[in-house]
Design a protein around this ligand. Structure first.
Ligand SMILES: Cc1cc2nc3c(=O)[nH]c(=O)nc-3n(C[C@H](O)[C@H](O)[C@H](O)COP(=O)(O)OP(=O)(O)OC[C@H]3O[C@@H](n4cnc5c(N)ncnc54)[C@H](O)[C@@H]3O)c2cc1C
Length: 337
């Protein structure tokens, strides 16, 4: 059996960011991922300036396609608000492989199936690997979550998203990002995200349980988006693919013993725009920091809102989740009695 200080399960942004910090601190770290990188990852690939800051990434040092938008167009049931901003897009196929390689960590292609905590406070993975610290960075169906957290702490179903998207070569003319909220009653939004070198990502996401309550499927909403893209941009998208993930549940545990959950495995996407790359990276870095320093693993500083956390953020969050998974402060409860 191979023994290391830290095993990171999953080499996406959360796992790569954790592995990089651990390597820098001199830890003996191994990343296990079921895929060989570069691998396809369903994602619009919109990233914020905070992501660049957390990664200390100079755009000129990034070797792949990178596009910056000067405006975000918010369409809310018709009316449009064009917000000047600096936001960016990357292709996950390129970005994730680059990030993982940059970490300097050893990566082994392996599908993790069974994890057991042994009596000496270590973890055994499939009878092949053994470690003292274990980072779960395997996305929504992360085996670390499933094996060590799942039974006692089931997911909050009302925080689950359903998505469909497509990324394809396109001679796009509009280089800004567009987001359409609540159209046809969708408890979510759809997007148009242009990328460098003639790529375009279009997609749609909504809260799965609310769609179910309404007796609707995300596919029906995709048809509305496809019609709109044709009408507005003359684009006819092909067949999309789906994926599901969770937005932030403030009450869910992210550490048990020496096992840590990060990124989508912890369900950390923001409550208003369901942005997950930034929270994945910062939670990976925080988990690494906790291991290296022996400090507590907290999600302090891991963004839970993309729109600044003010009134607009809270209203969008409420419209999506109806407040599910928010922790009510004990003193507020006491005062209201
Ligand atoms: C359609 C869609 C659009 C999105 N758009 C955006 C966006 O524009 N901006 C944004 O910030 N966020 C977006 N998100 C969210 C974002 O993609 C995720 O939050 C982010 O990828 C989480 O990163 P992660 O490292 O936690 O997980 P992942 O990126 O999913 O990486 C998990 C890794 O674990 C590996 N793995 C899984 N199971 C195992 C196993 N059993 N054994 C070994 N390895 C395993 C996988 O192969 C994968 O490489 C979008 C999501 C979707 C679905």
């Amino acid at each position: 059996m191979r023994s290391v200080d830290v095993v990171v399960v999953g080499g996406g942004p959360a796992g790569a960011a954790a592995a990089e910090r651990l390597k820098v601190a001199g830890a003996d770290v191994l990343v296990l991922d079921k895929e060989r990188f570069p691998r396809h990852k369903l994602c619009a690939g919109w990233i914020t300036p905070q992501v660049l800051e957390d990664l200390q990434l100079e755009v000129s040092a990034y070797p792949h396609g990178f596009l910056s938008f000067r405006r975000l167009h918010f369409h809310v049931k018709g009316p449009r608000l064009a917000v000047p901003c600096v936001q960016h897009s990357i292709r996950r196929f390129e970005f994730d492989a680059w990030l993982l390689e940059r970490s300097g960590a050893e990566v082994v292609q392996h599908t993790v199936r069974e994890i057991r905590a042994d009596s000496g406070d270590h973890y055994e993975i499939d009878g092949i690997f053994r470690c003292r610290h274990l980072i779960g960075a395997g996305g929504t169906s992360c085996p670390v979550r499933r094996s060590l957290f799942g039974a006692a702490h089931p997911r909050t179903r009302t925080l689950q998203t359903a998505t469909l998207e497509l990324e394809f070569p396109c001679d796009w003319r509009d280089g800004d990002c567009h987001l359409w909220f609540f159209e046809h009653g969708l408890p979510g939004y759809s997007w148009y995200v242009p990328k460098a070198a003639g790529w375009l990502n279009v997609g749609i996401g909504g809260m799965a349980s609310r769609l179910k309550q309404r007796g609707e499927s995300i596919r029906e909403h995709w048809s509305h988006l496809a019609e709109k893209l044709q009408r507005q941009f003359g684009i006819k998208p092909g067949e999309p693919t789906g994926y599901s993930y969770y937005v932030r549940d403030f009450g869910a545990p992210v550490r048990i013993g020496n096992a840590y959950l990060t990124g989508d495995s912890a369900g950390l996407s923001t409550r208003d725009l369901c942005e997950g790359i930034g929270p994945a990276i910062s939670s990976g870095q925080q988990a690494a920091h906790a291991i290296v320093t022996g400090n507590e693993y907290t999600l302090e500083g891991v963004a839970d809102a993309s729109l600044g956390g003010g009134l607009i953020s809270r209203c969008v969050d409420w419209a999506f989740t109806r407040g599910a998974g928010r922790v009510i402060q004990p003193q507020l409860v006491a005062r209201s009695r």
